[in-house]
Write a new protein. Structure first.
Length: 270
């Protein structure tokens, strides 16, 4: 007897919906067998059931849905009463994988939000994480790069000394600062000089104008003289900041500053 349905290489929307309904119904009968029989007989589940707190009920298609108090809301039926599934069933994993791929390989949190629009999966957090971790494309895209093991710390960083005995100096900037208190204030390029203790987590910031070399020669002895305990000063990349500020690429000669306290300079190159 010939079929009344028109032969077509593509499935219709009605056929896909009917197939999904039958698959979900078979999954619920397999995972919630006792609850399904109880709902058909009495319309409710026992208090020992795992889905008792969801207040489940059977709809007109024979599917177990979540109850709740959203009946008068403007949400759709699937959002107010999502279909109950279990994460151990094969159908639940296939649905999660399909939603994960259709929504451009979203993460676990976004997958949970998309899945909750139609389904309420028991233990869905573990299922969403498992789908994201086992996705080959996601593992290749978000794979972690290897990290290199850092070298040994110098003796000045690990040897207990008095404060400011070993002091590091570094620059940050340039930072544009308005000078003056009138409307016609001019922008001045400033560099921040940072003095850092090598054996302690503390530092001091000082703002230095553009003439870096001259100001550094004045600021560093004042800092060492105020601490009275600094014996070794370490500077990194201040020559590069000077070239950036002065706008020149000429080589800069490293000069020793004459400190009255006997501080010794050491230039660290990156």
């Amino acid at each position: 007897m010939p079929s009344s349905r028109t032969q077509s290489p593509q499935l219709s929307l009605e056929e896909l919906q009917n197939t999904e309904t039958k698959l979900v119904k078979l999954s619920q009968e397999r995972c919630f067998e006792a609850d399904y029989v109880s709902l058909q007989a009495t319309g409710k589940v026992s208090q020992q059931s795992k889905i008792f707190h969801l207040h489940p009920y059977l709809d007109n298609k024979g599917l177990i849905r979540v109850g709740g108090r959203l009946e008068n809301s403007s949400l759709t039926v699937s959002q107010k009463h999502p279909i109950i599934l279990h994460r151990s069933d094969r159908l639940s994993k296939l649905i999660c994988v399909q939603l994960h791929v259709d929504n451009l390989h979203v993460g676990p949190s976004a997958l949970l939000a998309i899945l909750s629009l139609r389904f309420h999966v028991i233990g869905v957090q573990h299922l969403a994480k498992s789908v994201s971790r086992t996705c080959v494309r996601c593992r290749k895209t978000y794979s972690r790069t290897t990290t290199q093991l850092m070298g040994q710390l110098p003796a000045t960083r690990v040897t207990p000394t008095s404060p400011f005995h070993h002091t590091g100096a570094d620059f940050a900037g340039p930072i544009m600062i308005k000078r003056g208190y009138t409307r016609a204030r001019t922008l001045v390029k400033n560099l921040h000089l940072c003095f850092r203790l090598y054996c302690h987590e503390s530092h001091t910031l000082r703002s230095r104008p553009r003439s870096l070399l001259r100001r550094f020669s004045c600021c560093s002895p004042l800092f060492c003289g105020s601490s009275r305990l600094s014996r070794n000063s370490y500077h990194r990349q201040w020559c590069e900041f000077y070239r950036c500020s002065a706008g020149t690429e000429r080589p800069l000669q490293h000069s020793k500053f004459d400190y009255s306290s006997g501080c010794r300079d050491s230039f660290l190159h990156s």
